[in-house]
Design a protein around this ligand. Structure first.
Ligand code: UDP
Length: 324
């Protein structure tokens, strides 16, 4: 199948490109390289451009299409930044996606796989979180993902576009083959931040809050290996192509690890010591976020294979040591 992948030079997108190419799909990546990296794209053509530029997307589809499917990863992704700059998030994640969707349906794309987020749920009312949990995002990032999910329902009614929205929990780790990995500047995510400290490139690890209502007082998150996420995208495409109905699926391991457990696992796997500072809570953090991913297992046949915490930290550390 010929697939257009936006944001295919980014963290999750570049792993999805690998999964698609390895399954024999022909992939064209559209990425503006604002946060992505050219070297992260393997086995696919890279077109540098903006999802908001409908004319450029139509030209791309004329030159390299027709595409049966698109996967949409290109987005701004930092919760804290979205609180300070909601306009920037709605502009790229909502208006940009709208331009993209209009160009895609005009170009005859039939299937659309969307990168959504657990941030659509907000503060959970129960855990593990199922897909029918109420949506109450507590930040513009999560709101932008919810708005796109709403748009997709109307695009399906009007244009027959069938879609799957994948709500990720905490993506972690790197390609076990070492071809791509996580590379943000500045780095704010937990595991790569701890690895920076382990490598001596950050003075200390900060733990944001030790007074949460959890067993060890730190937040609990559901980490999922990025290559398992990538595999879920490949399966979602197969699901749509074989007649599956448009739907939303959580992607998580269903297991919660505390921030302290993550820090200690990084210490053990790296064999490095580093300073840990106990810091105040970070605004907007829910105490516990754990997915129910039973639906993706049942309907997509998805089986996470690399999502033990040891494997996630080990592959992230191997990538880190390549000195990206
Ligand atoms: N966290 C932390 N120190 C850091 C980075 C993150 O204690 O340097 C905590 C953060 O407060 C949250 C968890 O680690 O409870 C995961 O944060 P991350 O930013 O990786 O992902 P999020 O859950 O916000 O998507």
């Amino acid at each position: 199948m010929k697939v257009l992948v936006t944001g295919g030079a980014g963290y999750v997108g570049s792993h999805a490109v690998l999964a698609l190419v390895e399954a024999g799909h022909e992939v064209v990546v559209l990425d503006d390289l604002s946060t992505g990296h050219q070297e992260a794209v393997h086995g696919a053509r890279l077109v540098v451009g903006d999802i908001a530029d409908g004319e450029a997307i139509s030209a791309l589809m004329g030159a390299w299409g027709p595409f049966e499917a698109a996967m949409h990863f290109a987005a701004r992704t930092q919760v804290g930044e979205s609180m300070a700059d909601p306009g920037g998030y709605f502009s790229v994640n909502v208006a940009g996606t709208l331009s993209l969707l209009r160009a895609l349906v005009a170009g005859g794309v039939r299937w659309f796989v969307f990168s959504s987020s657990a941030a659509v749920y907000g503060e959970p009312q129960r855990t593990p979180i199922p897909e029918d949990h109420p949506l109450a995002p507590t930040n513009p990032y999560g709101e932008s993902k919810r708005m796109v999910e709403s748009m997709l329902r109307w695009f399906e009614k009007a244009h027959g576009l069938r879609w799957v929205s994948l709500r990720y929990f905490n993506a972690a780790g790197a390609d076990p083959g070492g071809r791509t990995g996580e590379r943000h500047a500045p780095e704010t995510h937990l595991i790569p931040s701890v690895l920076l400290a382990a490598a001596g490139r950050r003075e200390a690890v900060e733990i944001f809050g030790t007074d949460w209502p959890t067993a060890d007082g730190t937040c609990i998150r559901d980490f999922i290996h990025v290559s398992d996420l990538a595999e879920a995208h490949r399966l979602a495409l197969g699901y749509l192509a074989s007649g599956g109905e448009s739907d939303v699926f959580n992607l998580g391991s269903g297991h919660g690890w505390s921030v302290r457990e993550v820090v200690e696992t990084c210490r053990r796997i790296t064999g490095r010591d580093f300073a840990v500072r106990l810091a105040p809570r970070r605004p907007g953090d829910p105490a516990v976020l754990v997915a129910s991913a039973d639906k993706a297992r049942a309907r997509l046949g998805w089986r996470p294979r690399l999502s033990s915490l040891d494997e996630m930290v080990a592959t992230a550390w191997a990538w880190h040591q390549k000195g990206y």
